[in-house]
Design a protein around this ligand. Sequence first.
Ligand code: OGA
Ligand code: MN
Length: 211
Amino acid sequence: MNSFAESQLDLIADALVERGYWVMDNALPKILLNQLLIYFNHLQADEFKVAGIGRQTDFQVQGTIRSDKIHWIQPSIEIMAEFLESMGSLRVGLNRRLFMGLFDYESHFAHYPIGAFYKKHLDAFRGKHQQGKSNRVLSTVLYLNHAWQPSDGGELLLYAEDDENRVIESILPEYGRLVIFLSEKFPHEVLPAKRERKSIAGWFRVNEGDL
Ligand code: OGA
Ligand code: MN
């Protein structure tokens, strides 16, 4: 029901091969977006935690690098299961087309209070199994902010793979926009915003054993 269409999957696969990233509006059904936002808005402050760098197992709080707060997506909640179902169809569709070996997907709601940021970083270490940690291969960010204006700030900046000072894309976190990029390739950052900023960040991973 919440699956990506074959034609969309073709476009995404082509973009990932040609450029390594893809940005699309209205990638998911409006009704799903609305339910995700309602769920997000009902979460209490104590259900968000300070985000860390690295995986849950080797958690380090790094307030100088990022200042968002996160809430991990749980498949046991129906609306989240629907979101995971769509992302599952993306996983299967990309594996079929690109043989990426995407194995699972982890994701969290992210709340950036006014002024919050996430400085330039990579979502995965470059080079395969540096410290055995590089199993995030494809990053996704879905935005849940109605009527975002350029003057609100909060852009996601993607930097060139071979020149981390050259911005190749500046993306406003507009409602329903989905960004997908190869985790090891693109340094990226979230600029501070004048409004609170809501998103769902996620990562497709390959099996540790495959690395
Ligand atoms: C992240 C991230 C980007 C965004 O959570 O790793 O880079 O635009 N998020 O929220
Ligand atoms: Mn990131």
